[in-house]
Design a protein around this ligand. Sequence first.
Ligand code: MD3
Ligand code: FE
Length: 205
Amino acid sequence: TEIARGAVHLPDWLDAEQQRRLLEACREWARPPAGLRTVRTPGGGTMTARQVCLGWHWYPYAYARTVVDGDGAPVKSFPRWLGDLGRNAVVDTLGPDAATAPYDIALINFYDGDARMGMHRDSDEQTDAPVVSLSLGDTCLFRFGNTESRTRPHTDVELRSGDLFVFGGPSRLAYHGVPRVHAGTAPPELGLTGRLNVTLRVSGF
Ligand code: MD3
Ligand code: FE
């Protein structure tokens, strides 16, 4: 379903086995060094979703090759198979002509307890390549806004385990957020408490 120009939601894109494998990889990446960390914003705030990065390390609001706001270790490498997954995601949603430069950044957000994400836009990358989003675990309420401001109009969509969402074209710089996660809604056989989101990006660096 195209919920706005360039914003395509493909439910159930990953089957149960693919979800299990991606979750297993995320658990490995979460381990130190350069593992899961709490993100602190320059204004003194703390993000409730914890994060691990591959390829390039994101900190508010730039990228580095080391975990400058954590243990200082070199960021984990971005595996080839994850880049292939990103390319397949773009082809399946936007078509073969939407192919981009290779994906080289993954930001993985772990939501547990009351974690959420405020309305923001992602503008620290230097290309307009689409962002690929993969959801695992609990269902969340995802809010897709507009490119002008954090306020209305917006469209609310539920994202479930295995869903793919691709944000390209005019949607690439739209405001978006996760106002809530519905605890206890993950597929029981996945073995995940909470929610996890993997975004794939092209740095342009
Ligand atoms: C629209 N993640 O990592 S996924 C983020 O569920 C982020 O963890 C949320 O916002 C999450 O920056 C939302 C959907 C998403 C991700 C990236 C986007 C939507 C986007 C980038 C541009 C436009
Ligand atoms: Fe975002």
